[in-house]
Design a binder for this molecule. Structure first.
Ligand code: ADP
Ligand code: MG
Length: 272
């Protein structure tokens, strides 16, 4: 990304919307990889404190959308705001400028992400994994970070595993450490990309329980998942994506009980 370039996109003068309780706002978001158009105009809003569950067939663009929110992919058209900031841009004197790497990092710090695979550092204990980012990135004092990390490990039910290495933890425990690690940066928004898909079935529940507690604490969450029980119980909204578009959105109860579109019905009949 070339920092500081003025953007000539005609949409560039679109003013940022009032953040007015919105944590994420996507407006006509497009993303292509070469000739493959993966996101074909996504419009979505996530309110502060909302838990949005996203479902849809493999390849429909769910992960790509999360990766765009988290600056791991750059959108080709449209606009994306997170926590009142336009993702990747800074507004100055009525113009938009691409953010420099350091500014991108600052925006990314507001977002925690948990992936299907746990990606813990294997040579570091659970506690060290949770402490890493606040110490290295935020340069916060170690003592303070350690006590917060221990509190977080307690919150995900792993107070007794602080000194244990990832290889000695089950998949469910590793994923709970990954959640604690993301929370250590005190994000305003948490993204989950199929956090239980790689787990043995008997380990899924403990991770969903931690996510449910997090939701109850008021965290804003976007959760890509095929766990319809979780979506129904914990989700405030349910979005069905297919082929790069949002086909249907509503409360989980509405969408699951009374899907409006054939594509949603076909998908739900396979996963329910
Ligand atoms: P989902 O998470 O819904 O399964 P993805 O967002 O992972 O879907 O992928 C959507 C489409 O984009 C797929 O066809 C996938 O192959 C393609 N894709 C994703 N990432 C890349 C990439 N970095 N380069 C090329 N194609 C990609
Ligand atoms: Mg995916």
């Amino acid at each position: 990304m070339s920092g500081g370039d003025n953007v000539t996109d005609p949409l560039a003068k679109t003013p940022a919307p009032e953040s007015g309780g919105l944590m994420v706002k996507a407006e006509r978001v497009h993303k292509s990889f070469g000739r493959l158009e993966v996101l074909k105009g996504i419009d979505l809003e996530v309110r502060q404190g909302e838990v949005m569950c996203v479902v849809g067939p493999s390849g429909s663009g769910k992960s790509t959308f999360l990766r765009c929110i988290n600056h791991l992919e750059k959108i080709n058209a449209g606009r994306l705001w997170v926590n009142g900031h336009l993702v990747g841009y800074r507004q100055q004197g009525g113009k938009l400028y691409e953010l420099r790497d350091r500014e991108v990092s600052a925006q990314r710090r507001e977002i925690g992400m948990v992936f299907q695979r746990f990606n813990l550092f294997p040579h570091m204990t659970a506690l060290e994994n949770v402490m890493g980012a606040p110490v290295w990135v935020k340069r916060q004092p170690k003592d303070q970070v350690r006590s917060r990390a221990l509190t977080l490990l307690e919150r995900v039910g792993l107070a007794d595993k602080a000194q244990v290495y990832p290889s000695q933890l089950s998949g469910g425990q590793q994923q709970r450490v990954a959640i604690a690690r993301a929370l250590a940066m005190e994000p305003a928004l948490m993204l989950f990309d199929e956090p239980t898909s790689a787990l043995d079935p008997e380990l899924v529940g403990e991770v969903l329980d931690v996510m449910k507690q997090l939701a109850l604490s008021g965290m804003t969450m976007v959760v890509v998942t095929h766990e319809m029980g979780f979506a129904r119980e914990v989700g405030d909204s349910l979005v069905f994506m297919d082929d790069g578009v949002v086909v249907e959105e509503g409360t989980p109860r509405e969408v699951l009980a009374n899907p409006q579109h054939q594509r949603t019905q076909d998908f739900l009949s396979k996963v329910l």
